[in-house]
Design a protein around this ligand. Structure first.
Ligand SMILES: Nc1ncnc2c1ncn2[C@@H]1O[C@H](COP(=O)(O)OP(=O)(O)OP(=O)(O)O)[C@@H](O)[C@H]1O
Length: 534
């Protein structure tokens, strides 16, 4: 026992432990940086870059580390690159780890739900902002356990550097044991030293996991929940001019009051508020879209004027969502054109498709908001942050203004008391109300709603429809809503467009198309939906 304790505190072995730590740090940190680069190359849309990265990864992963160490130490000098043993060991470890890190990063990024990326794009985030603020943080959280594993494995692999005479812990252990023949005590002491090091790495990993757990963390903005001014001015140079007065949104809670019910009841279709529509806000011409060999949109024409509410109806698979997604270029066109205001979102004036960074700017300039069927709130942000953060990241608002706007909207959609909740702590209806608030935050000129209630339980549908109805009735906001809710469409829409098989089959006033459909396909759909709604 005393021999064991002696070796455990022997400076010769402790120095070896320090060198092991240095090697591990070089391998891990170097591997992280190179791995990020490799992952970016593997994910690149430019195929030659991805192919080179894949070839490099295959080569490096497919050869033993011991050969790589010898290569860096003995072969590189022939090319004029002479590295001291410790540095050569660190470089070889980093190159080896990079390939594993690259695959961890790549799978982390791919695992992030496509809806998160679509929401970020629809909010006007450039690819860099989307990666840094949405995809990166979510991917990183999922990757921490695998990265912890790699840190431990780098440390254990560092023992192989003894082959190129790096005086790390294993080499020193072998030397000491050969000199003293006290194998058991020395190897036992070394094993304990490795365990202490790897145990410390595990503790770091668990600490990082805990720190990144959104359920546990308390951000500074979560501590401040009361803000003085309910209404703040829009910062200069910020969002696109709004078509929605703030008072348009009636809090859900308030709609439940008797007085409001009475007021709503008075505003029936028999006595609609006077509505006049301005200039064309959306002009889609001959829009065509295919997925592979399947043509999903087969020449759609759609004009929506300022302040108009258009409901897109049609059977499942008729192309409603795809049409909405082509309007803000979440899907590229295969033919035709789309103008939002006077912006051909996704294209330059000659019709050439623009880079995503440029398209993001166009979306912001055109002022298009989008509400998704599956809400697509950012999982790692609270309800308040889901609304406030894009205002800061995309529109350059100050934190105070963005938070004030978020609190104002949360209040208006009846979600003020859940401002600090994460999306997974909210019901579907609550998430969708936050999703609507998020889409409205930058005061868009056009709001696209993609079946906003179809992912909700029946008892949650009404609360979301109330919010949209309030917007449609009073807001003057230009809206296109894909929906299966006939009653709702009849109540809020100025015009109904019925689609089937990727074409517009029938369109007109909501009462006409839903009440007295002319086309057989429309009649069949209305009958089926009526039966389902009863
Ligand atoms: N990314 C995609 N890749 C391949 N096919 C797709 C893709 N997106 C949509 N489609 C196909 O396009 C067609 C139209 O889909 P879309 O979601 O636009 O219909 P929809 O009218 O909105 O249907 P629903 O009411 O069920 O949401 C469907 O056949 C669908 O399978």
């Amino acid at each position: 026992m005393s021999d064991f304790l002696h070796y455990l505190s022997l400076p010769y072995l402790l120095d070896g432990m320090l060198i092991t730590l240095q090697l591990t740090a070089m391998g891990f940190l170097g591997g992280l940086v190179l791995g990020l680069l490799l992952a970016a190359m593997l994910l690149s849309r430019f195929r030659p870059v991805a192919v080179v990265a894949r070839a490099w990864t295959t080569l490096y992963r497919g050869t033993p580390l011991i050969l790589q160490l010898v290569f860096v130490f003995t072969v590189l000098p022939h090319a004029g690159v002479v590295l001291p043993p410790l540095l050569a060991g660190g470089v070889a470890l980093a190159l080896n780890e990079a390939t594993f890190f690259a695959e961890i990063f790549r799978s982390g990024v791919r695992e992030v739900d496509a809806g998160q990326k679509a929401a970020g794009r629809a909010l006007g985030m450039t690819p860099a902002v989307l990666m840094r603020r949405v995809v990166g943080p979510q991917a990183l959280r999922a990757m921490v356990p695998a990265l912890g594993n790699e840190a431990v494995s780098t440390m254990k692999n560092s023992a192989l550097a003894s082959i190129i005479a790096v005086p790390e812990l294993t080499l020193r252990t072998q030397q000491l044991a050969s000199a003293t023949f006290d194998y058991f005590s020395i190897y036992f002491a070394t094993a304990v030293m490795y365990l202490v090091l790897t145990g410390a790495l595990t503790l770091v990993q668990l600490g990082v996991e805990r720190a990144m757990d959104p359920d546990r963390r308390v951000w500074p903005w979560q501590r401040v929940t009361v803000l003085p001014s309910p209404l703040r001015p829009v910062p200069a140079g910020g969002p696109a001019p709004s078509a929605v007065p703030d008072e348009a949104l009636v809090p859900v809670g308030r709609l439940r009051d008797d007085a409001d019910r009475a007021e709503r009841a008075a505003r029936t279709r028999a006595d609609p508020p006077p509505r006049g529509f301005g200039e064309a806000m959306i002009q889609a011409r001959e829009v065509r879209k295919s997925f592979g060999d399947t043509e999903v949109l087969r020449g759609i024409d759609l004009t929506v004027r300022q302040g108009e509410v258009v409901a897109l109806l049609g059977p499942s698979g008729s192309g409603k969502s795809t049409l909405l997604r082509t309007l803000n270029h979440l899907e590229g066109l295969n033919g035709g054109s789309v103008l939002i205001g006077d912006t051909p979102v996704g294209y330059d004036l000659r019709g050439n498709e623009l880079a995503e960074r440029e398209v993001a700017r166009q979306r912001v300039a055109a002022g298009v908001g989008m509400v998704f069927q599956t809400f697509n709130l950012f999982h790692h942000l609270t309800a308040r942050e889901n609304i406030a953060a894009p205002l800061r990241w995309v529109h350059g608002w100050s934190a105070a203004d963005a938070t004030a706007r978020a609190d104002e909207l949360l209040d208006q959609v009846g979600m003020a008391d859940r401002a600090d909740a994460l999306p997974r702590q909210l019901s579907g209806g609550q998430q969708q109300r936050v999703g609507i608030a998020r889409a409205l935050a930058a005061r868009p000129a056009v709001l696209l709603l993609d079946e906003p209630t179809s992912a909700l339980d029946p008892e949650r549908v009404a609360e979301v429809l109330q919010v949209i109805t309030a917007l449609a009735r009073d807001g003057g906001l230009t809206m296109v809503i894909a929906t299966h809710q006939l009653r709702f469409a009849r109540e809020v829409a100025d015009r109904v467009v019925f689609m089937a098989g990727g074409v517009v089959v029938e369109e007109g006033l909501a009462d006409d198309v839903i009440g007295h459909p002319v086309q057989e396909a429309t009649r069949r759909f209305v009958r089926a939906m009526d039966a389902a709604e009863v």
